[in-house]
Write a protein that binds this ligand. Sequence first.
Ligand code: 8IG
Length: 277
Amino acid sequence: MPTPTQNVLDDPRADPFEIAAQAAAEIADRTGIASHDIALTLGSGWARAADLIGETTATLTASEIVGFSAPALAGHVGTIRSILLPNGKRALVIGARTHYYENHGVRRVVHSVRTAAATGATIMILTNGAGGIRESWTPGTPVLISDHINLTGDSPLEGATFIDLTDLYSSRLRAIARSVDATLDEGVYVQNRGPHYETPAEVQMAKIIGGQIVGMSTALEAIAARQAGMEILGMSLITNLAAGIQKTPLNHAEVIQAGKDAEPVISALLAKIVELL
Ligand code: 8IG
């Protein structure tokens, strides 16, 4: 048995797409669903959406599927669910995110996205909890991601793989989301490495270079989803104003609580959006 910190993806000779295909085959086998239509990664604050979007027909422990890591955080559910939507489509819900800050390398970070694509999903919904730079975004505000700035200095692409990232966060899908809630704002998501939150000076930098949301996930996953040919919807739950925008220090417990408080509302919103896809 490998120890929890080891993973087939850590072998540089392994082909991450081959392992994603194996993972998808295991998911098809264990769920009894040969092909999924859409996939969702549910970040902090969004987990309840899985219960609202449809009927769960199978729940798997993510770490039992090849390439998936055990969750690093208590409260981050390490499950993969197959859900039958009211419109007859099949959704794959990934409740297990490997963060870049865990230091397991970007292959592990994007494995769930590559696996989702290999199950047949053509739409990838990426959600997260994040800090807000716009002062009007009080904790609990859901925001559409319109674009991103990747400050990790890393990429899931290996070798000379040149991929266009125009309209990465599909304007078509954002319009569908706004048809459910016309008040949804949108903003540019800045992915920092974390796990520390930003300094106030770093938040000012993010603002000056065009960002409105700061977080520790999603951008690298979106790049991998584009590489896999998926259409992407990105949504952030603003759980806190970013450091220095908010006058008091950031407290992880408060951030988690803001996510919990907003969960029923944003989950219902996401369920309505998914119904239209
Ligand atoms: I929740 O303020 C959450 N995640 N980088 N900054 C960054 N990530 C976050 C924040 C934040 N809040």
